[in-house]
Structures are given as structure tokens and as C-alpha cells.
Design a protein around this ligand. Sequence first.
Ligand code: ATP
Length: 373
Amino acid sequence: MLRGGGRQRVIPESDIHAAVAEKKAKRESFGDWAYVRLLHDWHGWPRGTLLAGEVVIPGYPKIGRVQTLSGILTQFHAPFWVEEKVDGYNVRIFRVGDEIYAATRGGLVCPFTTDRRADLVDPTIFSAHPDLILCGEVTGPETPYVEGTSPLVPQDIGFFLFDVIRQGGKGFFPVEERRALARSFALPEVPFYGRIDPKDLRELPAIVSRLDAQEREGVVLKEDSLRNFRAKYVTGSAELSDIASMTQRYLDVPPEYFTERVLRLALFLEDMGVTDREEWYRRLGKAFLSALRERIAAARQGRCAGSFCCRFHARENALRLLDDLGQIHGHEGETRLVSLQEEGGSWFLRFEKLYRSTTGFLRNALGGSLRFD
Ligand code: ATP
């Protein structure tokens, strides 16, 4: 018997209409399916929830960060499961009628992930359990959203299940039930590192430092209790890789992005008891300066842009993605289609995102302009 959160009452259409009028929600469609997505938390449903008649696909809630290992002692009241935090983008895969869709964190049906859904999970799970929502991370060098990749996926894309919810339900399946379901349907899951009692955390630093050495992102800790509390803890290597990757768009990112990561890195080194810091000092300098060197070279050639390449089964989904990119958080701004070509039965979409502020600043500097600062 599968559990995983009780069903909620149907939301009246008049309430949804009011939410749209107040700009808390937006009407969208994908093919023939019309739905509303929540732009903000609303009536107890998180941002990113999709609503369509009786269908409710709850948004994936935020996960708080423990900033030091001692935070675990304060925050966790019972033993917790340790899972890898896979670095990619969040998706929810679900079925409505006869169709299977994949939604982004913000609640848009993602044309790319929906196009590739059958490459990611075995759709027969929805014949047995049509009201399940598979929450997971998609990562790889060929996604339309993330520059760089997790070491777990060296080519194309991969999916890693980390939670299951029921349509209209509140609350996740307990970790053991989710894992049993994943085994039954051969669903790929996030790597799993066992169960730890907060009274004895000795094992955890070893797990984290192994992940750090492999340049992996970190862990999500999920309390084995009814409140199902969770928290994330990220490695120093992940802070560095974020810094290096976002320095590619240095002035197109709020400065706090960098200041917070440098602080978190300093706290991580304390937590891990790192005494020989010289290598970390070198790596932090390199994360900034090597990416900026590349950007200066790019600006000399004309523009600083991010390059993306992703593979589709259907050409129309590639075109839909190009249309949607402006609405996706972090992808606002100028997108330029480089090519859309059929190769070996698939459609390869290549596009660029222009980093306007970084390009403008560097081109002015290289062009010899005077600056008063
Ligand atoms: P948030 O809105 O939670 O701050 P974010 O986009 O900033 O989200 P992160 O801070 O990186 O994301 O961490 C939360 C995200 O981590 C989740 O939304 C999920 O996509 C991802 N994730 C990766 N692995 C796991 C896992 N094992 N369990 C839960 N979430 C995971």
C-alpha cells in the first residue's frame, strides 16, 4: 500500500480566477492542456504549483540550508537519511489524462524535459500509479538551463529521483517507500548514503569530504519522522564551481551571489577542519580569475555569451523551448538561436544567452573608455 500525503479539497474555479486577476497565478498551456501556475505561494500551495480543474500538481517546496554542521544538532530531532544533492534543475514528472508532462520549479511545463521524458523514466509507473508525481533533478552537459554538469552525467542528460508526491496531496512519501517504488520501476535515484543519528554525527564529515573531493554538490538530509524535516549542506567544491560558472556572467549576476558563496566556503573549511589552506586560496582565485580571463577574450571577439546545446525528439518542442526561455527564472534576457538541425533522428538545438552587462563593461574597458567610480 502506498502512502504519501492525503488529498486536499478541489480548488474552486472562482478562487483560481481571482488568483490570476491578482497576478498570483498565470494561465498557460502546453499543446491541448490548459493550466494555471502559481507565481507565489497561495492558499497553502507553494509557488510553482500547477492547477487544472481537479488536477493539482503541488510545487516543490524550498529546502533550508544548514550553514555549519553544528546546525544539524540544532535542527534535527530524529535520525535522518543522507542523500546526495545532485546539481541540475528540479523537475516534476506527472500524468494528466493520457499525457505525461514534466514541469520546471516555477510550474511551466518544460518542452525539453517533456520531450525527453521517456528517456528519463519508465512511463509504465503511471499506468500503475497515475496520480504520482516524480520529483527529481535533471543534470548533464546538454540541458537548456545549466551551464556545466554534475560529474554523475558525463554526456547528454540524466534524471535522479529524490521525492514522490501524490497529485493534490501534501507531503512527501517516506524515503523508504520512495526507494521501494524506485526499485520496482527501475527509476534512477539520487545516490544514497544511509541513516545517521544526530547524536552521533561522526560519519557525516567523511561522506561530505568524499563528495567534496569528487567535486559533487553536497547532501540533502531527510529526517526519518512524521514531520519529515529536511535540510541541505553543500561542499566547498560546489561553491567554487558555482563561482567559476557564474563569473562567466559576472556583472549579470547580483553581487550577493558571490559574496555569500565566499562566506559559505570559509565556513565549510572551518567545519571540515582544513588547516592547510593554500590550495583552497589558489582555487578560489582561479575560480574568479580564470573565468574572467575567458570573458575578456570573449569580449575582445565581440560578446560574452553562454552556449547551450540540447537534443529533442520533436522539432516543435525545441521551438516551444525557445519561446518559453524568457519566462524561466535565470534565463530572462536575450537568447539567440544558433542552429536547429536534425542529426541521426534527433533535433539538436544550439542557442546562446547574451550576458549584456558583462559584455558592455568589458567592451568599454577594452575600447579605452574613461570610467568614474
Ligand atoms: P531553493 O528554492 O530550495 O533555494 P534552489 O534552486 O536555490 O532552490 P538549491 O538551493 O540548490 O536550489 O537546493 C534545493 C534543490 O536541490 C531542490 O529544489 C532540488 O531540485 C535539488 N536536489 C538535488 N538533490 C536533491 C535531493 N536528494 N533531495 C531533494 N532535493 C534535491
